[in-house]
Design a protein around this ligand. Sequence first.
Ligand SMILES: [Zn+2]
Length: 237
Amino acid sequence: MMKKIMAAAIGLVAAYTVLPTVFTRSTSYGIVQNNGMPGIMLTFDDGPNPQYTPQLLDLLKRYDIKAIFFVVAEKAERHPELIKRMQREGHVIGLHHYTHVNSYLLSPVGLYRELEHAKDVIEQLTHEAITLYRPTYGHISLATLPVARKLDLTPVLWSGIFGDWKIQTCQTTLLQKLHAKRQDGAIYVLHDCGQNRGADDAAPAYMLHQLSQFLHQATLSGQQFTDSKVWLATHGH
Ligand SMILES: [Zn+2]
């Protein structure tokens, strides 16, 4: 009896968490994982960070690349000048929750409140409608798609994720992995803040160094980068 109850409970938890993630990731149902254009689109999660985000913006400006910043709204509230700078320099801003909470731990109502709050905060800062959403940890719960639809948000995942939140990865394999995932329509995710659990605080410094090398080498070999604003106007939902 006990075993059956346990099995049913595990089944219910999986139906709310892992199964919707696996289903949407393998079918792209209701989410974006390819930018549909010839270049790589760069996206950055977890910022803004007062130390690293300005350096990243400088680097992107040097290569005239327009990225998407999926920001944590409580950090955006603390650093509104960085959000304004992203906007001024032609980048697109999307949501990455209000507090970086894991959506597997939120009820549908809890997720709705989290995203509604984040959207309100960022829209007040930007005076623009925010329509893109990067779920934390890439976790899609059973509530994610209906809640996102209700708030007019399109969930954007990625085709390339590289473990750049660890200094060791940045120092060893990051550059090679950035080259290996180059293809038309690619969406890369990197991180301009290292303050989440499991991340190294200083990892973005090492990421930036490798990204700088990558952009230098890739542009020399003719690699295109998708302009996130153009993408949003033509392919974003
Ligand atoms: Zn994140």
